[in-house]
Design a protein around this ligand. Structure first.
Ligand code: ADP
Length: 548
């Protein structure tokens, strides 16, 4: 029996229409260094129509890829919605990728147009001659004449191009399963791989993002989107904001702790999202120059494990709640979010909040052991996390047919590469990435557990742990420490830190090898780059103190 329900496609054009009419008074603002440039959702609607007309004029049709090479700002937000709404496919390029990777992903995606921020032109100009499929470059917030175009490429000014367009566009009705946007993984553990989101997946995902069980922001909020629009589908923030009418605050290129704090002092966002590294910087900034940030009612942090010490510092010193979430580029990215059960308090509540949290109904999850068996959700058994659902990718983009990394999929499930455990009431705790877990004498040591614990020491600003070869045990942990100002590196400090860990770990897990470094190398999206740390160790670039 068929239902009587209307079969209305979940298209981003419908979302744009909704946001620009019924939520027309909400705003997107971009920080300029001293104030904000503001655009209402109503204006976003007309700007989107102009951009769609302009792109159509440049020959862009349904399914064509339009890339962005931009900071988080008003123009990027326009592209984020206008490109998919017209049926084309948005590809937000990660401006911090290594040059070869950037060129690789743009060619792999066959980007035809790139919208570039003026401030990024010098960097983009180096890549442009190698971008084989790009025919048009549109320069926003800068001087188009400053870019020398290779043969076959036309350069346009965003402002001039859009000014010449009508402010309405007949956005097409397209199949909800068609491609809306694509994002490449940031390549933390290998070459970037393409994930293609559909209208339907982005729509359903946005509904979950605004659910109180997930991020739960509303039109009362001003959402500070620090997570770059090019990282993991921008954590779903743009579409979720358009759906909920939440106001959006964009930091543009002002991403250092000082300028971020200045912006917060003026704009007083109520909600923010970024990886732990950013918040570590903000904490250090606040320690140097205290400021009231209690206007932030919630800060969503994910992308890598949030150290409990960071959660406590925000809550206890600044009255700001950190909401820990797990996700991947491949999962749109919302996977799990750590809201504790309502009936717990004190330490028990904290213990829940440290976890990666619970999955929504749309994300099915299971843990699979090395031998391929599914392990029980008993809060103890470890396995690789596998997920499936309507916004989880079922493959990687492979333009020439064939399949990319088919071993990342298991009978319709995505293998996340994350190792963890799940409690009977559904809370996920990730122990490590399978590539980072330290295999010592046949047992596992979680690099994340060691990092979290040692980052609880008052002298430690950052700590990253990698496994290094050991004759007797195969692998042992090496702890790379960035000390806070005033603390002295050396064997005494290492001894004190080891002592600090002594009551938190089994004796055989306590690290002997320590190194003091100026900075933990970071990936293009601000995560600890353990690949580089391992290479530094292998090249003999790290001075290691070994405790007896
Ligand atoms: P990349 O894989 O290139 O780093 P992603 O940003 O998609 O790009 O990374 C997803 C991975 O980040 C996850 O598989 C997981 O290892 C890690 N991650 C994300 N959120 C968390 C979290 N809350 N705790 C621990 N690890 C996390």
């Amino acid at each position: 029996m068929l239902s009587t329900m209307q079969d209305e496609p979940l298209s981003l054009a419908t979302l744009l229409r909704y946001a620009s009419t019924f939520r027309g008074d909400s705003v997107v603002s971009t920080w300029t260094g001293t104030g904000v440039r503001t655009m209402t959702f109503r204006e976003l609607g007309t700007e989107s129509a102009r951009l769609a007309n302009a792109l159509r004029g440049l020959g862009i049709g349904v399914g064509d890829r339009v890339a962005t090479f931009m900071w988080n700002n008003n123009e990027h937000m326009v592209a984020y919605i206008a490109v998919p709404a017209m049926g084309a496919v948005l590809h937000a390029l990660n401006i911090r990728l290594f040059p070869e990777q950037l060129v690789y992903v743009a060619n792999h995606a066959e980007d035809q147009v790139v919208i570039v921020d003026g401030t990024l032109l010098p960097m983009f100009a180096q890549y442009l001659p190698n971008l084989k499929t790009v025919r048009h470059v549109i320069v926003a917030n800068g001087d188009a004449a400053a870019l020398e175009a290779p043969e076959g490429v036309q350069v346009h000014s965003y402002t001039e191009l859009l000014a010449a367009q009508p402010d309405t566009y007949d956005f097409p009705v397209i199949d909800e399963r068609s491609a809306a946007a694509m994002c490449y993984t940031s390549g933390t553990t290998g070459d970037p791989k393409g994930v293609v989101y559909s209208h339907r997946s982005n729509w359903l995902h946005a509904m979950q993002v605004i659910s109180p069980n997930s991020m739960g922001f509303t039109d009362f909020d001003k959402v500070l989107a620090i997570v770059p629009l090019f990282h993991a589908n921008a954590w779903g923030l743009p579409y979720a904001a358009l759906m909920s009418g939440a106001n959006v605050l964009m930091p543009d290129r002002f991403l250092q702790p000082g300028p971020l704090l200045e912006m917060m002092a003026v704009e007083k966002p109520t909600f923010a999202a970024a990886v732990p590294t950013i918040w570590g910087g903000v904490l250090a900034g606040l320690a140097a120059q205290p400021q009231d940030i209690s206007h932030l009612r919630t800060v969503v942090v994910g992308g890598s494990a949030v150290p409990p010490a960071m959660m406590h510092a925000f809550q206890e010193k600044y009255g700001v709640r950190i909401l820990h979430a797990w996700g991947m580029t491949e999962t749109s990215p919302l996977g799990s979010v750590s809201h504790p059960p309502v009936d717990v308090s004190g330490d028990e509540e904290w213990a829940y909040r440290y976890t990666q949290g619970r999955f929504p109904a749309t994300v099915q999850a299971r843990l699979v052991a090395d031998d391929g068996t599914v392990v029980p959700n008993d809060g103890e058994s470890l396995g690789e996390l596998q997920v499936r659902g309507p916004w989880i990718t079922g493959s990687y983009y492979a333009p020439d047919g064939g399949s990319v990394d088919p071993e990342k999929f298991d009978d319709g499930w995505l293998r996340t590469g994350d190792v963890g455990k799940i409690t009977p009431n559904g809370y996920l705790t990730l122990v490590d990435r399978s590539k980072d877990v330290i295999k010592s004498g046949g047992e596992w040591i979680s690099s994340v557990d060691l990092e979290n614990a040692v980052m609880g020491h008052p002298a430690v600003a950052e700590a990253a742990v990698i496994g290094v070869p050991d004759e007797k045990w195969d692998e042992r942990p090496l702890v790379a420490i960035v000390l806070k100002e005033g603390a002295e590196p050396g064997a005494d400090q290492a001894g004190e830190l080891r002592e600090f860990l002594a009551d938190k770990f089994a004796k055989w897990q306590l690290p002997e090898r320590w190194t003091f470094i100026a900075e933990v190398p970071k990936t293009s999206v601000g995560k600890f780059d353990k690949k580089r740390l391992r290479a530094q160790f292998a090249d003999g670039d790290l001075e290691v103190t070994t405790l007896g």
